[in-house]
Design a protein around this ligand. Structure first.
Ligand code: MLT
Length: 337
């Protein structure tokens, strides 16, 4: 082996020391940064009024994740335009890890196909952090409505065009999209009534001001249990254990129909990777807590395989959904502006 002259050996040794020091400083910089984050409360923007399914699920998960990261997570309800107002606010927030978006299928999947002038891009303007479990939806009507089955409701809707008033959380929300797809597929002309969230929309079904709506199971189930509304069908491929006598749309009026709302936490593009890693790690740990996931499953929330909860998986899912909704919206002729 060629011997190295002493001076060269000296230079090499010094270089090695410098590299080690840089390496160490880079390594200490990342853990130090990651260790210091979060050093103050984090805000999660929920782009719907409080009391709806997105708000309820976000608060459930935020409470557990905040315990893991050691800082409170504050829910900022910023409703409007089917969730796109809040999504725009999040896209424009500082990319410092202290503002994130609670995204979902509507404004982070379908919106680019529905809004010609959308002020953000779900893929380019955000960094995915982690995905929540999905929630199927229940079609419910006000107690006094004559329809006792989904078949009778479709019959009523066909015979009374425009006279079936279906509330939703704003144009482009999942309660709007699923209702629009349901009406189009069942050959009905219904009147879609937008609210600032599914929470207020459901209150008016209970009060009888509107005829019905599609709402996620986590907020629908308590109202159904208390017989404040009548469930007619679920949107999942198979029946929901908590509503075993309620048929799916697929087995009744719309063979092959299936819909569930997906959600995810997104940070503004440019948010440091150690922030995303730390939040993702905290969440993945929460989702291994059996007591917690059992509580969610009791709301008919659909757990996913763990690998689908990651930032990478949410990023791929978002891209696929943006592409899928371009096809669905064209086929169902749904546009909003
Ligand atoms: C929707 O219908 O898109 C949302 O789930 C509404 C909400 O969560 O309030």
């Amino acid at each position: 082996m060629k011997t190295i002259k002493p001076i060269a050996r000296q230079v090499l040794a010094t270089t090695a020391t410098i590299v080690a020091a840089i390496g160490a400083s880079v390594i200490t910089a990342t853990p130090a940064f990651a260790q210091s984050y979060p050093s103050k409360p984090i805000t999660w923007i929920v782009p719907f009024a409080a009391g709806g399914p997105t708000d309820a699920l976000a608060r459930n998960i935020a409470e557990r994740v905040s315990r893991e990261v050691g800082q409170s997570i504050i829910i900022d309800n910023s409703p409007g335009a089917g969730g796109t107002v809040g999504a725009t606010k999040a896209a424009r927030a500082a990319a410092d890890g202290y503002t994130m978006l609670v995204g979902h299928m509507g404004y982070m999947g379908a919106a680019p196909a529905l809004y010609k002038k959308l002020s953000y891009d779900p893929v380019k303007d955000f960094a995915p952090v982690f995905r929540f479990p999905d929630t199927p939806m229940v079609l419910m009507v006000r107690k006094e409505h004559p329809a006792k089955t989904v078949g009778e409701l479709v019959d009523y809707g066909r015979k009374n065009p425009g006279k079936l008033f279906i509330s939703n959380a704003g144009m482009g929300s999942t309660s709007h999209l699923v209702a629009a797809l349901f009406a189009a597929s069942a050959g009905m002309k219904v009147s879609l009534v937008p609210y600032k969230g599914a929470g207020p929309a459901l209150i008016d079904v209970i009060g009888g001001q509107v005829d019905g709506m599609f709402d996620q199971t986590n907020t629908a189930l308590p109202q159904i249990t208390e017989a404040k509304v009548r469930p007619l069908a679920v949107t999942s491929a198979t029946r929901v254990a908590q509503l075993k006598d309620v048929p799916t749309l697929a087995e009744t009026v719309l063979p092959g129909f299936e819909a569930a709302t997906w959600y995810g936490i997104y940070a503004p593009k440019g948010t440091p990777q150690p922030v995303i890693d730390k939040m993702q790690q905290a969440y993945l740990k929460v989702m291994t807590d059996k007591a917690f996931t059992t509580k969610l499953a009791a709301q008919a929330i659909q757990m996913l395989p763990p690998e689908q909860y990651t930032a990478a998986a949410l990023g791929k899912h978002t891209e696929a959904e943006v592409a899928r909704w371009k096809v669905v919206a064209t086929k169902a002729n749904i546009t909003l502006d």
